[in-house]
Design a protein around this ligand. Structure first.
Ligand code: ITT
Length: 186
């Protein structure tokens, strides 16, 4: 089966296609954006986006909205993660967290898959913490400041395969694959 992954983020595409290739699902990169509304939940962003994309894109497609939710900041940047990464970057987050000892955070990914006339939504989470400094050059976005629970390295210090064994996005892919195999699509 072939699915188009609509994203402007090459890192997301690399992660998801690596996992799906192992399950014989071919992922094609459609490198374009879509309107993202400001709302309190990642899922709502995707549902709104899909209403526009349904008319513009032929065939099955996947979209991914992800965010970093830092507990001491009341879940910030959360749904604003893309804007905050662009404007403040990782250095800005570390500044906001200066002097804070409670550093728990969760990465969340929500996928929306359009198959035929249906929209299906899948979730993946990864608990962890915000580091005191940036570490590692791998991955993208917040990876150098996020250390998954039970690990001594940040995502930025891991290979794509190591991140894919435990990440929020990889967990969402696992749920997606379980669903596709239960509905006999695989
Ligand atoms: P698309 O919407 O085009 O897919 P994007 O990069 O704008 O790409 P998001 O809105 O989902 O995607 O991402 C929100 C921000 O969180 C953005 O700055 C990403 O770089 C960052 N981000 C998302 N997933 C991440 C991950 O696995 N590791 C580190 N940062 C991540």
């Amino acid at each position: 089966m072939t699915i188009q992954f609509i994203t402007t983020n090459a890192g997301k595409f690399a992660e998801v296609s690596e996992k799906l290739a192992a399950a014989s699902v071919k992922l094609v990169h459609l490198d374009r954006g879509y309107p993202e509304i400001q709302t309190d939940r990642l899922e709502k962003v995707l549902k709104y986006a899909a209403t526009g994309l349904d008319d513009e894109v032929k065939g099955d497609y996947l979209i991914d909205d992800s965010g970093l939710f830092i507990e001491a900041l009341g879940g910030f940047p959360g749904v604003y993660s893309a804007y905050v990464q662009r404007r403040l970057g990782n250095a800005g987050i570390l500044k906001l967290m200066a002097g804070e000892t409670y550093r728990a955070a969760t990465f969340q990914t929500v996928f929306l898959l359009r198959r035929g006339d249906e929209h299906e939504v899948f979730h993946g989470d990864c608990p962890g913490s915000i580091t005191e400094s940036e570490r590692g050059r791998n991955g993208f976005g917040y990876d150098p400041i996020f250390q998954p629970q039970g690990e001594t390295r940040t995502f930025g210090e891991m290979s794509l395969q190591e991140k894919n064994a435990i990440s929020h996005r990889a967990r969402a892919v696992d749920v997606l694959l379980t669903h596709l195999s239960a509905t006999k699509e695989l």
